[in-house]
Design a protein around this ligand. Structure first.
Ligand code: ZN
Length: 160
């Protein structure tokens, strides 16, 4: 069976940046499972998986526009240290949820300069090319229920 809309796909992946540093991998654990055509994985990877089958191995380099987005300068802001009341020591790399007019946003502390904290609301991998090494391990038809929910049920998926 080929990967197409309305199929459920299991695959192993290793994700590296352009320096060859491994950022994430499913090797040694369970494969990732997703419903194809539902936008559940980054667009560039979903496109590259289209038409593949069980046992296929390939590499794909995904541009930021098809990955976690380009880095948006307006999502980087300086906020006063006092905005982190209750946090003992604010340090670069810490992640917080911020209430914004557009809703809750995940932000990462980029740096702390005196009483000023620079926070970045971009995805940590925004602006980066994503180098995936992929191995497709299973493809099956999605159930009617999975299609109506827009995600996979069972092992590796939603359990509800
Ligand atoms: Zn569901």
């Amino acid at each position: 069976m080929q990967i197409a809309a309305r199929t459920v796909v299991n695959f192993h992946y290793t994700l590296s940046n352009d320096s060859g540093e491994v950022l994430d991998s499913s090797q040694g654990g369970d494969p990732l499972t997703y419903l194809h055509g539902a936008g559940n994985i980054v667009a560039g990877l979903e496109t590259a998986l289209e038409g593949r089958g069980v046992g296929d191995s390939f590499k794909v380099r995904v541009a930021p526009e098809e990955g976690y987005g380009v880095h948006q300068a307006q999502l980087v802001q300086d906020v006063p240290r006092s905005a982190f009341a209750g946090v003992e020591k604010v340090q670069a790399g810490m992640q917080f949820q911020a209430d914004t007019p557009e809703g809750v946003q995940n932000v990462t502390v980029a740096r702390v300069t005196g009483d000023s904290v620079t926070v970045d609301g971009n995805h940590p991998l925004a602006g980066q090319h994503l180098n995936f090494a992929i191995e497709v391990t299973a493809v099956r038809l999605a159930s009617v229920e999975e299609l109506s929910h827009g995600h996979v049920h069972g092992p590796g998926g939603h359990a509800h």
